[in-house]
Design a protein around this ligand. Structure first.
Ligand SMILES: Nc1ncnc2c1ncn2[C@@H]1O[C@H](COP(=O)(O)OP(=O)(O)OP(=O)(O)O)[C@@H](O)[C@H]1O
Length: 458
């Protein structure tokens, strides 16, 4: 977990467990509240919107049935059907953990836990909670967003040949229903391209529904994407449409498609081939009318060659490919992007800021921008906030040393296995436990990374 995000409530009758959780999570999350008495859960939930609730299965001494945990899980979901609950279970209680997931828990943590694994599970639960909440009021917001954004390439800057090519392709394919795969490094503007395609399509009055596949756990994948019917599992209190149905008539944007596990790829492929979804618990499929746009920063074709990504799914999603070049390969765009963001941030922070000097632009041109336009945007925002004068000079911009996470390797042994373990640990930390991203950086398939993690007990 890179920056402190997420509010956590941990409920366990064992104060040692709560203390250990507090100690471990405090450096990573915004807030951690601990509670020994589960009857106080409703009060805590009234006071704070928790991203994740960690819930013990047994509270009374010597109880092992897990009934209390299930009772409190029900209560939590009654108060907030969207709540993300992770059960804390004893080693060997796998059967109950599976039941817990059926009953509406998101995942489980087995005691005694491994810190890295626990952090990774909590980090993806936080992400999941955030995207669940976003989805719930999506439809209403969508129309409003569409009107605000309905200006051709309004805030989409690019004069470089690379970006001109991107704009040309958007214009050519937007009006068709072709499936588009957008490729590009993080922060290059893949979502902007997807939205531009939608805004220039015949479906522009209909919803644009974005799904971050990187944040979806295996257990929630189907109900999030395909929906569920009342009673399909315990917390399925009402029928609920999935994202495919929400996008009906419009566009569905599957971001981070390279992060899908192979079983999830198979489920997605079936839906795309049949053009129909079956809600979890239902037996009748519903036809779907969507335009599909996908994006990834991962080398899908290389992954396909290593069996990490299905070749037949690639064929389904990439009728047209749009590749966005990284910012370092299009220096022509830098002065324009600078003007654009300076205008936005000087207005936002109520400061007068002059045009940047050639010297500053030269410095920008030599920096590799590993985070692309997103990084550029943040660097400018920070400079505007910190500036005391309308003239920003080279010293006003804080550029991190390229590619480094600020953490150097310090090997105290030449044992290759030890080195491998350290490298895996570091890369997993860099990506906040995201297996797909870590595997991609390490040049491994997800399966090989899992195997190595198991070997080192990570
Ligand atoms: N050409 C551009 N003109 C103006 N703003 C841009 C441009 N490209 C990217 N941005 C801005 O940079 C930020 C990142 O863009 P976006 O989210 O579309 O990137 P992404 O490739 O989807 O990122 P990720 O891979 O991390 O999901 C956004 O704030 C976006 O508005």
């Amino acid at each position: 977990m890179a920056s402190k995000t997420g509010k956590i409530l941990a409920v366990d009758d064992n104060t040692d467990i709560l203390f250990a959780l507090k100690l471990l999570l405090r450096p990573h999350v915004e807030q951690i509240v601990t509670e020994t008495n589960p009857s106080n859960i409703p009060n805590h939930m009234k006071e704070t919107d928790f991203d994740v609730i960690l819930l013990d299965m047994n509270f009374t001494q010597d109880a092992i049935s897990g009934k209390e945990g299930f009772y409190w899980l029900d209560k939590v979901l009654e108060i907030d059907p969207q709540a993300v609950v992770l059960f804390i279970t004893a080693y060997g209680d796998v059967e109950k953990s599976v039941q817990a997931i059926k009953a509406g828990a998101t995942d489980f943590i087995i005691k005694p836990w491994q810190n890295e694994k626990l952090l990774a599970t909590i980090s993806s639960a936080i992400k999941l909670n955030r995207s669940k909440r976003e989805a719930s009021d999506l439809k209403e917001k969508q129309k409003e967003i569409n009107t605000i954004m309905d200006q051709p390439f309004a805030d989409f800057i690019g004069v470089s040949p690379g970006m001109q090519q991107v704009f040309k392709t958007i214009q050519k394919v937007a009006g068709t229903d072709a499936n588009v795969l957008i490729l590009g490094e993080n922060g290059t503007g893949k979502e902007l391209v997807a939205r531009a395609l939608h805004r220039h399509s015949l479906r522009k009055e209909e919803p644009f529904v974005s799904v971050d596949l990187g944040a979806l756990s295996e257990t929630l994948f189907e109900s999030e994407l395909f929906g569920h019917v009342k009673g399909a599992f315990t917390d399925a209190k009402t029928d609920r449409p999935g994202r495919f149905e929400l996008a009906s008539g419009g566009t569905i944007f599957l971001d981070e498609i390279g992060n899908l596990s192979v079983p999830m790829q198979a489920k997605l492929l079936t839906v795309l081939e049949r053009r129909e979804v079956t809600r979890v618990g239902a037996n009748k499929p519903k036809p779907i009318d969507i335009r599909l746009i996908s994006a990834t920063n991962m080398p899908l074709k290389q992954m396909a060659a290593e069996d990490g990504f299905r070749q037949d799914l690639i064929y389904r999603i990439n009728t047209v490919e749009i590749e966005i070049p990284p910012l370092r390969e299009r220096p022509e765009d830098i002065p324009l992007l600078a003007d654009h963001f300076l205008k936005i941030y000087s207005r936002k922070y109520n400061k007068k800021i002059n045009k940047l000097s050639n010297q500053v632009i030269k410095k920008f041109n030599t920096y590799p921008w590993p985070g692309n336009v997103r990084e550029f945007q943040h660097v400018l925002e920070r400079a505007v906030i910190m500036s005391d004068s309308p003239n920003l000079d080279e010293g006003s911009f804080h550029l991190s040393s390229h590619g480094s996470s600020g953490e150097a390797f310090d090997f105290d042994s030449y044992n290759l296995e030890e080195i491998e373990q350290k490298v895996i640990e570091k890369v997993m930390r860099m990506h906040s436990g995201n297996i797909s991203k870590a595997a991609s950086d390490l040049g491994l398939t997800r399966t090989s990374l899992y195997r190595r993690m198991e070997k080192y007990g990570l």
